[in-house]
Design a protein around this ligand. Structure first.
Ligand code: NAD
Length: 480
């Protein structure tokens, strides 16, 4: 079955049937700029057909299934994904430019999401509520109905796992719009779901452009919830479109996540996290740690040790499985290079180096900037490339002020042995996730994840996501 996951991607899955798209879009291999495939260019009528098919699934086999049966199917999907980890990783490496080891980790995480939500499907319950004499009051957790999932290109498998997995567990029927830059594993996942026995129409996949298929899904009047992961600009548009239909939206947007390193930190433990959290997936991670705030007493040592690690970073084609692959596209390369140009007034502590990198690949050297003022654009704006800035600080209060000074609040980490300081900072930092003496960029299937401020709202991952993908009904029975 895993061999069959490489197939003609000009089709869309609607109501359990693979349908040829009227038009196609070219897909580029970012490692060398070569054409990879043509993909479906879904349009508003395709989204409309997918939404109709999803409603039919809700009214049919899928909607009638017990929570336990749904859970079994999700668990089976997870098991099939696990048998196809290598095939999925190879597809992702070609499509996203992700080094094979990182692509494999994404496939394993996808399996883990399906196992987690498969196990959770029949464990989400309502409550009974003490009320007036003569009444019994209870709550029912019910699916929204049809949920829309708009997914970016950076972690297709993980983001599909966390949002579609939780939505299906609650009994919703899903319409998935993967990114136009990378949609192959979304299609492969849909094949695996069918193989595992997911009823027709429970998951529909319509690739296409954001302004066409994406906008049609966000504004569709018969979709009851939208989960969006991507940029702040597009998130605001999606929220506006869904708002016109009074449809709830979960927004997982960008970040400028800091790691705070204090004088008493265990630097041997911190060092691998400080670097990896910035360069994993070539920095194209919403929860990448792009700001390293270091207390003055250990600043020089942290800079020198990070710089030494940077000079060892190899950059090249995804299939060579080096530390850093290409960016997703030439367009993304231009954006990141533009940011590097803004840093010409700064000093570079170190850069990585290319290794057998084809000229037409979208490569950018990992770059570590030294002693960056907290109000510099490189210290405030999300770059979405392998770029980190080092910022010195003196006091705890100054560290908190700098950490909280951007528009974002997705992830933060605190490196210190001081227990009371750990607790103080965990409260003081404005962020959806806090890590103490570790950094979990993107990880943690079990851990609720999401941002505050421009990083978005709503939570995915963990049990919390099941509340987001369901609605609560209160039943008050008067029996005297
Ligand atoms: P993007 O917002 O352009 O695209 C994301 C998705 O939205 C794609 O599927 C795209 O086709 C679709 N889309 C685009 N325009 C649309 C519209 N008008 N209506 C509906 N859908 C539309 O983002 P990108 O450039 O692909 O991704 C990079 C950004 O996403 C970065 O800022 C990054 O931080 C953020 N991101 C956040 C997370 C997270 O979990 N918080 C994860 C990945 C990426």
């Amino acid at each position: 079955m895993c061999d069959a996951l490489w197939f003609d991607p000009t089709e869309m899955l609607i109501g359990g049937t693979w349908k040829q798209a009227a038009e196609t879009l070219p897909l580029i291999n970012p490692s060398d700029g070569s054409p990879l495939a043509d993909i479906a260019r879904g349009q508003a009528p395709d989204i409309d057909a997918a939404v109709t098919a999803a409603h039919a699934a809700r009214a049919g086999d899928w909607g009638r299934m017990t929570a336990t049966e749904r859970g079994r199917i999700l668990t089976r999907i997870g098991q099939l994904v696990l048998t196809c980890v290598d095939a999925l990783a190879e597809i992702e490496a070609h499509d996203v430019g992700k080094p094979l080891t990182q692509a494999r980790a994404d496939a394993v995480a996808l399996a883990r999401y399906m196992e987690f939500y498969g196990g959770a499907a029949d464990k989400i319950m309502g409550e009974t509520i003490p009320y007036l004499d003569g009444y019994t009051v209870y709550t029912l957790r019910e699916p929204h109905g049809v949920t829309g999932h708009i997914v970016p290109w950076n972690y297709p498998m993980q983001i599909i796992g966390r949002s579609v997995g939780a939505a299906l567990a609650m009994g919703n029927a899903c319409v998935l719009k993967p990114a136009e830059e990378a949609c192959l594993t979304a299609l492969a996942f849909a094949r695996i779901c069918a193989e595992a026995g997911l009823p027709a129409g429970a998951l529909n996949v319509v690739p296409g452009l954001g302004a066409e298929a994406g906008a049609a899904l966000a504004g569709h009047p018969h979709v009851q919830h939208i989960s969006f992961t991507g940029s702040v600009r597009t998130g605001a548009l999606v929220q506006q479109a869904a708002g016109a239909n009074v449809v709830p939206v979960t927004l997982e947007l960008g970040g400028k996540s800091p790691q705070l390193v204090f004088d008493d930190a265990d630097l041997d433990a911190a060092l691998p996290f400080l670097v990896n959290a910035g360069i994993q997936n070539a920095g194209q991670t919403c929860s990448a740690s792009s700001r390293i705030l270091v207390q003055r007493g250990v600043y020089d040592e942290v800079r020198d040790r990070m710089a030494a690690a940077y000079t060892e970073l190899t950059v090249g084609p995804a299939m060579d499985d080096l530390r850093v692959g290409p960016l997703i596209s030439q367009r993304q390369k231009e954006i990141v290079t533009g940011f590097l140009t803004q840093g010409t007034d700064l000093s570079i502590a170190a850069q990585g180096h290319l290794q057998n990198a084809p000229d037409n690949g979208a490569y950018v050297l990992p770059t570590l900037f030294d002693n960056v003022p907290p109000d510099h654009s490189l210290a405030r704006d999300e770059i979405f490339g392998p770029v980190q800035v080092l910022i010195p600080f003196d006091t705890e209060a100054e560290a908190i002020e700098i950490a909280n000074s951007t528009d974002y609040g997705l992830v933060a980490s605190i490196w210190t042995a001081h227990g009371a300081r750990q607790m103080r900072l965990a409260k003081a930092l404005r962020s959806g996730q806090i890590f103490i003496n570790n950094y979990g960029a993107g990880g943690g299937v079990e851990l609720p994840f999401g941002g505050i401020g421009k990083s978005g709202h709503g939570r995915e991952k963990g049990f919390e996501a099941l509340y987001g993908f369901s609605t609560l009904k209160t039943v008050a029975a008067h029996h005297g």
